[in-house]
Ligand binder design. Structure first.
Ligand SMILES: [Zn+2]
Length: 470
C-alpha cells in the first residue's frame, strides 16, 4: 500500500509536469467530473462495506478466510483508486484547470496541494468508511471489531479518527514529505533564476538537511516521544552500549496500540533513532522486545540503510557525472533505439522506466536479504567466547522465534504474507531454525549474503559504466 500511494502521487506529479500548460475549456464540467470521480472511490467503499456486512458475519469466519476476503476487497478498492487518480489527472485534466485556467502555476506548492487534494481525500474518506471492516496497517493492530466494545457508527468517533490518522501518517506523510521538499525547491528555484551550480548546491544542501533531520521530522509527524520507564531506559542504554550503536536514543511511537513494530530512522549516527511502537511495548515481554531490538541493531551494524541508498543513487550519480563530462546517455540511447527501428520515443521515459524497474527489483531483493541478515545478527553474539557461542545462539534464536510467533499470533495474516520488501514470518522463522539447529552454518550464510550484495553492487557499477562508455 505504501508503495502504491507513493507511486500514485509521483505519477500524478510527473504527469502534471508534462502538461501542455494551455488553458482548457468547460472548466465547470471538469470540476463536476473531478468531484464525481473522486466521490466514486468512497462510494465504492460504502458499497463494499454494506455488501460485506449484509452477506456474512465476517468476524465469525476462520482467520484465513477473513484475510482472503479483506485482501480481495482491498485490492479491488486500491485498483479503483488508482484508476480514479489517473482519470482526475489525465482525462479530466484537473492539473491544467488548477495551473493554467486558475493561473496558480507560479504559486509555490499551492498548485500541487490543490491537484493532489481530491486524490488524497478520496482515499482518506474510504479509510474512514472501512473502519468497521478493515484491519490496521501492515505489522499492526487487530480489527477494531475484536475489541471489547463494538465499533461506533458515529463519523466523528475518536477511534475512527485515530484509525484514519494513523494511516494518513504512515501512508501519505511519508511519501508527501520528500516530494514536498523537492517541489518547494523546484518552485523557489523557478522564481529566482540561479546558475546550475547554485541550483545543484541547493538541492544537495536540502538533501543533506533532510537526511540529518529525518528522525526529528518523523518524530513530529508520527507523535514519537521519549520513553518514560526509567528501568527500560537504562536497559536500552546498556543494550546500545553493548551493541556499540551510535544513536540519538530509543523512542516510542504512540499509535493507540494500533501498530506493533520497530524501526530504525536516520542514516547519520548521532541523529539516528530506534523507534518502538506502543503496541510492541505493551504486547511483547522484555526478552522478546530485546530480540527484536537486536534485529534492528543488525540493520544498523550491517549498514543496511547506506547500502540501500548506494543502490538507489549509484545509477543517478553515474548519469550525472557522464552528463558533466559531456557524455550524453540520452543521445546514445536514442541512436541505439533508432538502429532497431524505434523512433519518436522520449528518452527520459525509457530511462525512468528502466530505473523504476531496476529500483523495484533490486530493492525488493536487497531488502529481503537484509531482513534475513539482521535476523542472523540478532541470534549471534560476536563478543561471546567460542565455547559459549552455540548456547547463546540457541537462546537468542529461541527468543527471536518467540517474538515472531507472538507477532504471528496477534496478526495471523502476517504469517505467510511476504511483501515486496519483506519476507514472510514463516520464511524468517525457517531460516532462524536452520541456523539454530546447525550453528556451523551461521558464518557461512553471513559470508554468502554479504558476498552476493557486493557482487550485485559491482555488476551494477559495471553495467552503469558500460552504458556510459560504449
Ligand atoms: Zn528488519
Amino acid at each position: 500500500m505504501n508503495l502504491l500511494v507513493g507511486l500514485v502521487i509521483v505519477v500524478c506529479l510527473v504527469v502534471c509536469e508534462l502538461d501542455s500548460q494551455s488553458a482548457v475549456e468547460d472548466v465547470w464540467t471538469r470540476i463536476v467530473a473531478m468531484l464525481f470521480v473522486s466521490l466514486s472511490v468512497p462510494g465504492l467503499a460504502v458499497f463494499q462495506t454494506l455488501v460485506l456486512n449484509k452477506r456474512m458475519e465476517l468476524w465469525d469466519l476462520p482467520a484465513t478466510e477473513q484475510e482472503m476476503t479483506l485482501k480481495r476487497l482491498s485490492a479491488c478498492h486500491s485498483a479503483v483508486w488508482l484508476v480514479a487518480s489517473l482519470m482526475i489527472v489525465c482525462a479530466v485534466e484537473w492539473p491544467t484547470v488548477v495551473r493554467s485556467n486558475w493561473g496558480l502555476d507560479d504559486w509555490p506548492l499551492i498548485d500541487e496541494v490543490l491537484i493532489l487534494l481530491p486524490i488524497v481525500l478520496s482515499l482518506v474518506a474510504s479509510w474512514a468508511i472501512f473502519y468497521d471492516v478493515q484491519r490496521s496497517p501492515s505489522g499492526s493492530g487487530g480489527c477494531p471489531c475484536n475489541n471489547d466494545s463494538p465499533p461506533s457508527r458515529r463519523i466523528l468517533d475518536p477511534k475512527r479518527i485515530a484509525f484514519v490518522a494513523i494511516r494518513f501518517r504512515v501512508y501519505f506523510l511519508m511519501s508527501l514529505l520528500p516530494l514536498t521538499v523537492l517541489v518547494l525547491c523546484r518552485d523557489v528555484n523557478a522564481m529566482n533564476e540561479t546558475s546550475p551550480i547554485v541550483t545543484a548546491a541547493g538541492y544537495l544542501a536540502t538533501t543533506v538537511l533532510v537526511l540529518v533531520g529525518f528522525p526529528f521530522i518523523l518524530g513530529l509527524l508520527w507523535n514519537v516521544q521519549p520513553i518514560h520507564d526509567e528501568q527500560l531506559t537504562s536497559d536500552l542504554t546498556k543494550f546500545c552500549k553493548d551493541n556499540r550503536l551510535r544513536l540519538a536514543g530509543v523512542r516510542v511511537w504512540h499509535t493507540g496500540d494500533q501498530i506493533s513494530n520497530a524501526l530504525v530512522a536516520g542514516i547519520v549516527p548521532w541523529f539516528r533513532r530506534i523507534i518502538l511502537t506502543d503496541g510492541m511495548l505493551n504486547r511483547f515481554p522484555q526478552h522478546e522486545l530485546f530480540a527484536i531490538l537486536r534485529h534492528e541493531a543488525g540493520h544498523i551494524r550491517l549498514c543496511h540503510l547506506p547500502i540501500r541508498m548506494g543502490f538507489v543513487l549509484l545509477p543517478l550519480l553515474v548519469l550525472a557525472v557522464a552528463e558533466q563530462m559531456g557524455i550524453s546517455v540520452n543521445h546514445k540511447l536514442n541512436s541505439a533505439l533508432l538502429t532497431i527501428g524505434i523512433t519518436g520515443q522520449p528518452d527520459w521515459l525509457i530511462i525512468s522506466t528502466f530505473y523504476a524497474v531496476f529500483l523495484i527489483a533490486s530493492l525488493s531483493w536487497l531488502s529481503k536479504k537484509m531482513e534475513f541478515e539482521a535476523d542472523l545478527y540478532a541470534v549471534s553474539d560476536p563478543t561471546e567466547c567460542q565455547d559459549r557461542k552455540s548456547d547463546t545462539l540457541n537462546q537468542r534464536a529461541n527468543e527471536l522465534l518467540d517474538a515472531l510467533l507472538r507477532f504471528a499470533s496477534h496478526f495471523p495474516e502476517q504469517l505467510d504474507r511476504s511483501t515486496l520488501m519483506h519476507p514472510s514470518l514463516r520464511q524468517r522463522m525457517q531460516r532462524i531454525i536452520l541456523v539454530r539447529d546447525n550453528p556451523h552454518l551461521l558464518k557461512r550464510m553471513q559470508y554468502a549474503w554479504r558476498n552476493q550484495q557486493l557482487n550485485f553492487f559491482l555488476v551494477l557499477l559495471a553495467v552503469c559504466l558500460a552504458a556510459v562508455i560504449i
